[in-house]
Ligand binder design. Structure first.
Ligand SMILES: Cc1cc2nc3c(=O)[nH]c(=O)nc-3n(C[C@H](O)[C@H](O)[C@H](O)COP(=O)(O)OP(=O)(O)OC[C@H]3O[C@@H](n4cnc5c(N)ncnc54)[C@H](O)[C@@H]3O)c2cc1C
Length: 379
């Protein structure tokens, strides 16, 4: 791995314990979790005990108030080991920050300590069967009735969708309005009328649960509106997007680095025409090109991380990063599969899984076409 000035030696110990935790508690079970379509709840609870969930949560809510590099370390280590089933980053770095930054004091006190411990697993439900990129088109409604809201609608493709105990749901409090009529709600699993649908069968990330959700006349207390006022949902969503897209970029580059190393090792071992595959000029040139691409990608990602630590990562820059790094990730995985030959297409080889896992990175957290729209609008 190249030197990363942002990550000083203070973080080495933390990285080491995260790596050891995943090697012991996740690597041996991941193949079974792929068959199960989800990881165990036990893994979440143990990660909570170790302080690996929500590392940035402040001390007043039971956290350690670490900076975002610690979150990056947890995700990077999962990504480096190919643990695509581990949905911690969505929980720790998307769901928890929504509550921390936009929730009422009562919501923070109620939910954040349990997200830190792993007692509660979080999800966020924006996408619907008829509305993905165009979120203003969501049809789910939350209509005020006395001291409650009545929620109706359905969601799909929701990460942590089977395991989750609480979901932040995007709904229209004023269906006649677009963005201005949108609000976010905290909905607890087990609330009458809230059903988790099937665990969707995906091309990759097979150990991560991704689900449909159905809401039929779900009565939720008015205090579960995220924040104090209706109609702020879009503003809240927009404020959290740079961090979400930075997360994707960070995992993309770590996955690329891991894939390159597996491929270097493999091509040194594997022989054809009496010599290692690595001896062919095509192999060496391909690997040299990928090495340079990944080096550049890592500089780009860490610069964005640095900006984010200073609260200066803006929406277009984060969009640029998400698009560029995930396009690169798919290119790297494809080249690395090619250099593995037929073995690269076999599920038991990490490179095959990494290739399948990579594809969705260009689709979720805003598709790469939408990312280019965002960048182009700011030109
Ligand atoms: C594994 C997985 C996990 C996910 N996790 C979550 C989650 O936890 N929570 C959640 O809410 N959602 C989640 N999603 C949903 C994801 O965010 C959406 O799939 C994504 O936003 C795209 O929406 P869509 O699938 O409806 O595609 P569409 O919006 O229908 O897009 C289809 C195609 O049209 C293109 N397109 C659309 N609009 C434009 C435009 N204006 N200009 C150019 N091209 C355009 C898109 O780029 C894409 O290529 C997940 C998806 C997957 C696959």
């Amino acid at each position: 791995m190249q030197t990363r000035p942002l990550f000083d030696s203070d973080l080495d110990g933390f990285r080491d314990s995260v790596r050891k935790f995943f090697e012991k508690e996740a690597v041996p079970f991941h193949a079974q979790w792929e068959k199960d379509g989800q990881v165990s709840k036990e893994l979440w609870r143990k990660a909570g005990e170790m302080g690996f969930l929500c590392p940035t949560a402040p001390e007043e809510y039971g956290g350690v108030g670490a900076d975002f590099r610690y979150s990056a370390v947890v995700m990077e280590e999962a990504s480096a080991l190919g643990l695509s089933g581990v949905g911690f980053s969505l929980h720790s770095d998307i769901v928890m920050p929504y509550i921390l930054r936009h929730g009422t004091e009562a919501q923070k006190q109620t939910y954040i300590p349990k997200l830190i411990s792993g007692e509660l697993i979080g999800a966020i439900a924006m996408t619907e069967p008829g509305a993905g990129s165009d979120l203003q088109g969501v049809k789910t409604t939350a209509i005020k009735k006395g001291d409650s809201y009545i929620l109706n609608g359905s969601k799909t493709f929701i990460t942590n969708g089977q395991l989750c105990d609480l979901v932040i749901v995007v709904a229209k409090t004023d269906p006649k309005e677009g963005a201005k009529g949108t609000s976010l709600f905290i909905v607890e699993a087990g609330t009458k009328g809230f059903e988790k649908g099937q665990n969707l069968e995906k091309v990759g990330m097979k150990a991560q649960d991704t689900s449909e959700m159905f809401f039929q006349d779900v009565e939720i207390p008015a205090e579960n509106l995220l924040g104090e006022a209706e109609g702020r949902g879009f503003i809240q969503l927009m404020q959290e997007l740079p961090q979400e897209r930075l997360l994707v970029g960070l995992t993309a580059m770590t996955a690329c680095e891991a894939a390159l190393q597996w491929t270097i090792d493999y091509t040194k071992e594997r022989k054809a025409f009496g010599k290692p595959i690595m001896a062919f000029q095509n192999t060496r040139f391909k690997l040299a090109e990928l090495k340079a691409d990944i080096f550049a990608g890592r500089c780009f990602t860490d610069r964005c991380l640095e900006l984010h630590l200073d609260n200066k990562l803006d929406v277009p820059t984060a969009a640029m990063l998400k698009q560029w790094t995930t396009d690169l990730q798919c290119k790297v995985m494809d080249e690395c599969v090619q250099l593995h030959g037929g073995y690269g297409y076999m599920w038991e080889y990490p490179i095959a899984r990494a290739w399948a896992d990579a594809r969705v990175q260009r689709i979720y957290a805003g598709t790469n076409e939408i990312m280019k729209e965002i960048v182009a609008r700011a030109l």
